[in-house]
Ligand binder design. Structure first.
Ligand SMILES: Nc1ncnc2c1ncn2[C@@H]1O[C@H](COP(=O)(O)OP(=O)(O)O)[C@@H](O)[C@H]1O
Ligand SMILES: [Mg+2]
Length: 245
């Protein structure tokens, strides 16, 4: 089982929205069974799930303390992917959740405040030696700020080339436990989320393949992001990574 951990120090960045949407997109794409885990005491993801009629994705309860053992159990139970939502903070507990990730997804709104706050979340992923990717969320189409945000983020790490636009249906669909994938499967919002999941999943699968081949240095993952904007620090301290663009 692969684990995607969604993290950002900033409240309102889009963590819970992304967790629910990616999990549903994964189920729809056939990448499941998927399990959602809500580690935020505010419980927004759990509230969303409780108002939902569909049985999938499943929500599993886990305290931060027993999360590692819980993930082992869930994997043994046949789950293929876990999507873990986290609270907006920088704590040792969040660091330990990030330590369980195969991929850390960092949603960022294209705003100066959000960009200024991103460094500590990046530090958590880097200190844990985990691959991470920024997802620009709630972007206004054609706004200069979005382009500036992508440029600024790409200095820090990989940025997903799929940008999630600011659209009412992302919030409205979640009111009664759904997502844009379900309320408007043919719409623009659904296609963004599906494309984003596909890109993230490609990364997770590439990791599987490389791991199966017996790569031992564990540093290959960051440079397998075939879907991201290039960023300037490629190759820094990454033994064994030869791909540059
Ligand atoms: N792409 C989007 N378009 C419009 N609203 C969004 C989008 N993504 C998130 N939101 C809204 O932004 C707010 C914060 O999102 P949320 O997922 O709760 O953030 P976090 O979990 O990081 O605090 C919510 O009201 C949510 O509905
Ligand atoms: Mg949240």
């Amino acid at each position: 089982m692969r684990a995607i951990v969604i993290a950002s120090q900033k409240g309102g960045a889009g963590k819970t929205t992304l967790a629910a949407h990616l999990a549903v997109a994964a189920e729809v794409t056939g990448a499941g069974p998927v399990v959602l885990i809500d580690t935020d005491p505010q419980g927004s993801l759990s509230d969303w799930w409780n108002s939902r009629e569909q049985d999938t994705p499943v929500l599993a309860a886990a305290s931060l303390h027993d999360l590692p053992a819980k993930l082992v159990d869930l994997a043994a139970g046949g789950f293929k992917l876990s999507v873990i939502d986290t609270p907006p903070a920088i704590t040792d507990q969040i660091a330990s959740v990030i330590g369980l990730a195969d991929l850390v997804v960092i949603p960022v709104r294209p705003s100066p405040h959000d960009l200024r706050a991103i460094g500590q979340t990046v530090d958590l992923a880097q200190n844990a030696g985990k691959p991470f990717v920024f997802v620009v969320m709630q972007a206004k189409p054609n706004a200069r700020m979005t382009t500036m945000a992508i440029a600024a983020l790409s200095e820090l790490g990989p940025v997903a080339s799929i940008i999630i636009t600011d659209r009412v249906d992302f919030a409205a669909s979640m009111v009664d436990g759904q997502t844009v994938v379900e309320v408007g499967p043919a719409g623009k919002s659904a296609s963004e989320i599906q494309a984003l999941f596909k890109a993230l999943n490609k990364h997770l699968k590439t990791k599987d393949k490389v791991t199966k081949k017996g790569a031992s240095d564990g540093t290959q993952t960051e440079h397998q992001f075939v879907f991201v904007w290039p960023h300037r620090h490629e190759g820094r301290g990454q033994a064994g990574s030869s791909r540059g663009r």
